[in-house]
Design a protein around this ligand. Structure first.
Ligand code: SF4
Length: 390
């Protein structure tokens, strides 16, 4: 098992174990020195090696599936969330104890069940299998933040999950189910706030500035586990799909131990369909290239195998999106295609905020004619387009 020392936004953690140490599943093994989140052992075993990026654990042969070392008891819920090392499980990896440390008196908490990346389905599966954990987790978030209303934002195509939620909603008078459209990127915080609260957040404005907090459903499960079971984050829900033999449209694996190799999951679904392209973690739109030896982390959502890239001899123009493929992603694809990049443009709704490109109106995508003409005028003979619309 390779437990990465950085599984969150922030600095790399410092190991607090040594090579040769015996560790128990759930034991705290790495701590942030600054901004970050605790990291715990996902299995019992021995620390085989530690390098600058990872702690390698040789697991004991016998593992008790359900047992783990509980986090120390604390006198408030936020401290339990911090101790458990909860981070945004949707991919952002922002430390949850910092996100929840806001005063939302009279505000709202929104559970993000959009799961808008195609193929990914583990959030919806979680709701189908254990809907109550979402309601209970949300009640804890309402309590921590002082918000008085909770909404579960979900697409109405997820019929089984909706039936599961509706069977319980009357028990939780502070929480309602709200529908969001089946568009990309419906799971973007600003899209959810626009659809549920009818508030257009300017790029760079944080949800709590308008009295809202959006939390991914798996993160809500981890908050519940931290508070009610004193369980640290040692597992991840994932979907495996793409060019794999038995799961092209995606197969869900819930509660998988952090540190297990990506390649193990590709084998579990019958191996690669050849010819196969690169392996990515994330979704088809937003992802990161990995390899079969990369490990599952707190922010791994999908494990997807792509198509091999075609060879391209023509000069390419790249058109980037802040919610889809970035300039770097597109350059990477162009390089895999063996193509020369002639020109680069960004969607006209991308604006720079604090040195990062953000979308002014995610999901409300404009035509790109003027950008396409600009790319052609700069020498592009073919286009590589990362935007959500044409
Ligand atoms: S408006 Fe532009 S940047 Fe925003 S999501 Fe649509 S294509 Fe992407």
């Amino acid at each position: 098992m390779e437990i990465y020392l950085n599984q969150h936004i922030g600095e790399i953690n410092k190991s607090i174990v040594n090579e040769g140490d015996k560790v128990i599943k759930g034991q705290l093994i790495a701590i942030p020195e600054n901004f970050g989140a605790n990291i715990h052992a996902s299995v019992s075993g021995h620390v085989k090696k530690i390098d600058s990026n990872s702690i390698f654990i040789e697991p004991d042969k016998a593992q008790d599936k359900n047992d783990y070392l509980k986090i120390p008891d604390k006198d408030n819920k936020l401290e339990l969330v911090k101790e458990a090392g909860v981070v945004g499980a949707g991919g952002a990896g922002f430390p949850t104890h910092i996100k929840l440390d806001v005063d939302l008196s009279d505000g709202v908490v929104i559970a993000n069940a959009a799961e808008c990346e195609p193929i990914l389905n583990h959030n919806i599966k979680l709701i189908e299998e254990d809907p109550e954990i979402i309601f209970k987790g949300m009640e804890h978030i309402l309590d921590i933040t002082g918000a008085n209303k909770g909404y579960i934002a979900i697409k109405n195509k997820n019929v089984k999950a909706l039936i599961a939620l509706k069977s319980l909603v009357s028990k939780y008078p502070d929480i309602e189910i709200r529908y969001i459209p089946d568009i990309y990127p419906a799971g973007d915080e600003r899209v959810i706030i626009r659809e549920i609260l009818n508030i257009d957040l300017e790029p760079g404005v944080l949800p709590h500035e308008v009295g809202a907090l959006v939390q991914n459903v798996e993160t809500i499960k981890n908050i519940f586990n931290a508070i009610e079971k004193r369980k640290p984050v040692i597992t991840k829900d994932i979907t495996v799909g793409g060019r794999v033999e038995k799961a092209r449209k995606g197969q869900v694996f819930l509660d998988q131990p952090l540190g297990k190799k990506i390649g193990d999951y590709i084998e579990k679904v019958g191996g690669l369909i050849e010819p196969a392209g690169s392996i990515y973690v994330g979704g088809p739109y937003i992802n990161q290239k990995v390899n079969i030896n990369s490990a599952i982390t707190k922010v791994t959502s999908g494990v997807l195998v792509g198509m091999p890239q075609p060879n391209e001899k023509r000069k390419l123009g790249l058109l980037a999106c802040s919610c889809g493929a970035s300039v770097d992603d597109l350059k990477d694809i162009a390089s895999d295609m063996g193509a020369e990049v002639a020109s680069i443009e960004r969607c006209k709704r991308m604006v720079k905020v604090n040195n990062q490109y953000k979308c002014e109106k995610p999901g409300s995508c404009p035509g790109q004619t003027e950008k396409v003409l600009a790319l052609k005028n700069q020498g592009a003979k073919a286009l590589l387009v990362g935007t959500c619309d044409d």
